[in-house]
Write a protein that binds this ligand. Structure first.
Ligand code: SF4
Length: 348
């Protein structure tokens, strides 16, 4: 159980049900490693955690109770209800603004959604991972693209907030397939999205595949390059990406074998967006130099303006964006301008 602040303004009281309800283990998944939770959650654990959260004065207007780490709607019904029952008094007295659960696309139907509604569940997150059927099959997901589409539509029709999770770099995946998945997700109009580049964790099928040479994970650079494009696509379509990359903590670091894990992965992607935006603008502004960027010997001094809160992302970790621009012939000074929106830049 974790008290976890999400990137957006809300916070979750996260209750982990590792692998509960999962019909099998997907190629990449080791929830015991991801959540750091081994023991099966009991109704008493739920009651204790929520009581503690209230005593800690969590903000009822921004805090959700969140059941993560398994296939909540596929959990044995009696156990699922026993967990939800413990939330009833807290939801009724307004201690939290809702309940969020994560589950599989093929574990959604009208009947189970009615039960969730009755208990005050407000948000449902589906592990979509990919909308490419061959990728889903290779990664032992056990559901299809159609299941994702049907479940997403039903969740929205029944008035829940919809969250969709996608992954990049899965077995059999390509950047093109990930881009197509993002476009499919955009067309489903979710309220939130999480993007996870695939990490190889101990105790998974992917770990075996990596060790026997049949799976090669993305590098951090490849994952940042792709995920920054996905992030911008979602942003441009008004979809809130609430997580990019696995959380540090849990047992991820201990279970890590290979793959593009970075504790500040989201920030690397945002910096990559700023760098691309700056280069595009500069190429538009100085078309002549554009034909011969690398041969510039004399540096051109420029000032790049971004929103005040985005300065560090424009500069990049260890000034990486400024260094990249310098290599292309521009000596950049970065300044804040309150009126600019996220990812918007002006170059002078
Ligand atoms: S990815 Fe989801 S459905 Fe698959 S094993 Fe993990 S928790 Fe279960």
């Amino acid at each position: 159980m974790l008290f976890q602040k999400c990137k957006m303004k809300h916070a979750n009281i996260s209750l982990f049900v590792p692998h509960a309800g999962c019909p099998h283990q997907c190629s990449f998944c080791n929830q015991k490693t991801i959540s750091g939770s081994v023991k099966q959650l009991t109704p008493e654990d739920v009651a204790k955690t929520l009581k503690q959260a209230v005593e800690d004065n969590v903000n009822p207007e921004t805090t959700e109770i969140a059941f993560f780490g398994g296939s909540f709607t596929a959990i044995e019904r009696e156990y699922m209800i026993a967990l939800l029952e413990e939330t009833v008094p807290y939801v009724k007295n307004g201690s939290f603004y809702g309940i969020r659960v994560s589950t599989r696309p093929d574990a959604i139907d009208e009947e189970v959604l009615s039960v969730l509604k009755k208990y005050g569940v407000t948000s449902i997150e589906l592990g979509a991972q990919s909308t490419d059927d061959s990728v889903l099959l290779l990664n032992r997901r056990g559901h299809t693209r159609d299941d994702i589409i049907k479940a997403s539509k039903l969740i929205k029709q029944m008035g829940f907030s919809l969250g969709l999770q996608m992954m990049t770099g899965l077995l059999g995946d390509t950047p093109e397939k990930s881009l197509k998945t993002a476009e499919d997700i955009i067309s489903l109009k979710p309220d939130t999205v999480r993007i996870y580049p695939t990490i190889v964790l101990e105790g998974t099928y992917l770990a075996e595949s990596f060790k026997n040479g049949t799976y090669t994970p993305q590098t951090v650079e490849e994952a940042v390059d792709l995920c920054s494009v996905l992030l911008k696509r979602f942003y441009d379509n008004g979809i809130n990406v609430i997580r990019l990359g696995l959380h540090s903590g849990g047992n991820v670091e201990e279970g890590y074998i290979a793959g593009p894990y970075h504790p500040a992965f989201g920030e690397l992607c945002e910096s990559a967006i700023y760098l691309k935006e700056a280069i595009n603008l500069l190429q538009d502004k100085y078309p002549l130099e554009n034909t011969n960027l690398c041969s510039l010997t004399k540096k051109k001094n420029i000032t790049i303006y971004v929103n005040d809160r985005e300065l560090s992302k424009m500069i990049g970790q260890k000034s990486s964006n400024k260094i990249a621009l310098k290599r292309l012939g521009w000596e950049a000074t970065v300044k804040g301008m309150k009126t600019l929106k996220q990812y918007e830049i002006i170059v002078e």
